[in-house]
Design a protein around this ligand. Structure first.
Ligand code: AHM
Ligand code: MG
Length: 337
């Protein structure tokens, strides 16, 4: 049985070194952690508590919502709206921003989240996760607007994800490295199990949905083809491939043993007016902050994701992230094209 550092203790000790810290941020992170524990419990119980299947609704992006998409969004709101640390929230599952209701005090932070990423995996009992990002309010806290959320990823104060896999984990960065915690179900606490996670700079493993190959641009086709050509190709080495269709699980694997994850620019998405599949504010930015903090790289193909200036709440971007040397190689292929 573990008698290690709990996530609360870890955050308090980390924040102690920051001049002017009021405890607001620590307390906000605690509420996020609580929400993830509730979701972990729901995901674990699955069909036993009747949460699987479709909710019969669509989100703002026209995707069918699962019951758990809707429920997990509600859990996140309820856990985080009352304490007075936030001015507003925004979620992949809500059309508009959610200003904190007038009955509660408003605070100086903004929370964005994808409450249940990879939810197409839910009914088949494959890992899913929650992704979140914390920003500071740029305008006043009284009347937060969508514009307050349109901050480049470099402005994030913290980012993290919870992975609901064989064990539930929380991986967190506050801009000072990346740390991983495992939920001890017996005591209901996340315990520090993966201090200072780092991504190996080199890898021989890539992750991409190859069924979209005909929609990709030349540089990504070239990179993947060279991986597939293996020892006989220009790379002179064999590569391995994985595709879980659950970004949290994919990023977690990369944090654990390296690799590259790609949901690149795609002409099918472009025809719908979007450059990629994944959302800048709920998926690409938080994951890019985590990956960069762990020593990896994260680009759209042509630029660093964290430098992209968001133009709308639900904006989508191409995502290529992971082991630094491979990401740089892919950037180079785009520059040569
Ligand atoms: P979601 O937020 O609707 O679950 O979609 C995001 C997920 C990612 O977790 C995953 O990388 C990707 O979609 C998988 O897409 P595809 O089904 O096209 O392979
Ligand atoms: Mg998602």
């Amino acid at each position: 049985m573990h008698n290690g550092t709990t996530i609360t203790q870890f955050i308090i000790e980390e924040q102690r070194h920051i001049a002017g810290a009021t405890g607001d941020f620590t307390s906000l992170l605690n509420d996020v952690v609580t929400a993830c524990k509730v979701l972990s419990n729901m995901v674990n119980h699955g069909a036993l508590v009747g949460v699987l299947g479709s909710a019969g609704t669509e989100n703002v992006q026209g995707e069918t919502q699962k019951k758990l998409d809707v429920l997990s969004n509600e859990v996140f709101i309820q856990s985080n709206e009352w304490a007075g640390h936030l001015a507003a929230m925004a979620s992949e599952e809500m059309d508009e921003i959610y200003p904190i209701p007038a009955k509660y005090p408003r605070g100086k932070y903004l929370l964005t989240f994808d409450p249940l990423d990879g939810s197409s995996n839910i009914d088949v009992n494959v890992s899913v996760g929650t992704i979140f990002s914390i920003l500071r309010v740029s305008g006043g806290v009284e009347e937060p607007t969508e514009r307050d959320f349109l901050q480049a990823g470099v402005q994030q104060v913290a980012a993290g994800y919870a992975l609901y896999g064989p064990s539930t984990m929380m991986v967190l960065t506050t801009g000072n490295g990346v740390n991983g915690f495992t939920l001890d179900q017996n005591i209901g606490e996340f315990i520090l199990t993966h201090p200072n996670m780092t991504i190996p700079a080199d890898t021989r493993e890539f992750a991409i949905n190859v069924s979209n190959m005909r929609f990709w641009e030349e540089p990504v086709k070239r990179y993947v083809q060279e991986c597939l050509d293996g020892e006989e190709g220009p790379r002179g080495e064999d590569f391995n491939m994985r595709w879980i269709a659950s970004m949290v699980a994919e990023v977690h694997r990369i944090l654990t043993r390296g690799g590259v994850f790609m949901y690149p620019f795609d002409s099918k998405m472009q025809a719908k007016g979007q450059g990629g599949k994944l959302r800048l504010l709920y998926e690409a930015n938080p994951m890019s902050m985590i990956v960069e903090q762990a020593g990896g790289g994260a680009i759209t193909g042509r630029e660093r994701i964290l430098d992209v200036q968001p133009e709308s709440l639900h904006q989508r971007v191409p995502v290529i992230l992971g082991s630094k040397n491979e990401v740089e190689r892919i950037l180079g292929y785009h520059e040569q094209a």
